[in-house]
Design a protein around this ligand. Sequence first.
Ligand code: HEC
Length: 275
Amino acid sequence: MSEDNSNLIHVYLDDGDEPIVSYRPPVRFELDTTQLEDGPHTLKVVATDASGHKGVRTIPFEVRNGPGIDVEGLQDNDMLEGKVPILLNAYGGAKEPFWEPSRAETPAPVPTWAWVLLLVVVAWSAFYIAQQWNAPDEFASSPTYSLFTGEGEYAQPAGEAPSRSRANIGATLYRTSCSSCHQGNGEGVAGAFPPLAGDPVVTDEDPTRHIEIILFGMQGKAIEGVEYSAAMPPFAKQLSDEEVAAIINHERTSWGNDAPTVTAEEVQKVRAEGD
Ligand code: HEC
């Protein structure tokens, strides 16, 4: 018996009287915690040498095979009053075959800062859209952003400041169709292209000749004693009545010119007679 006990290692669990294992060192064994209750335990290892001296080592440990528990709304030693809403969640556990992250997520309300951030973003986008709603002038007069809204829209009393967008249409069309020859300032190029500023046709009370020249072109005529070898190209095919009226009104109210303006109907009439 004493022979048996020498050089043996006994392992005790939770102050049990009987060792759960007894082996000669070194000992490798498996502790099956699934047989133990969740909670604190102790493992005591007792080794005896040949002369009968005992060495003892006690190791406290904790078993947790059940699911983790999450408690929302109550903390250790909280002071409670009246009714208290408490949210419980349990997740994980040694027996669960798959880790399911959604099970570990305790539902919580959307934090205030997230609401504030959302509100700021929404408010800013609303502000931005509202700000962009009125297209800037150079946009408003571009062909993509609504050009002509109706017939005869371009009649403007001479001397009165024409409405901005219509004036812009005339100015834009002049810039694209005419200014390469007559120049942006209406001064033309001496000897090559006649000036339109102060030009007798452009400032004539009767716009018929003015309309004819834009629609059907002109060639080989002396203007105020100057012969022009280049031709004034016809624009009847490129420009609508409204566009011709807009350009003519731009010429008649720009560069110091102050002549009566025309309507799309007047242009249309001249166009019909010329055909
Ligand atoms: C290719 C160059 C060129 C372009 C582009 C051009 N013109 Fe002319 N324009 C002339 C020339 C050259 C004359 C003079 C022709 C002549 O004397 O026979 C002229 C004459 C005129 C006249 C007559 C002036 C007068 O007193 O008889 C008017 C008005 C006029 N142009 C307006 C315009 C307008 C508006 C546009 C754009 C829609 C335009 N022109 C585009 C070259 C051009």
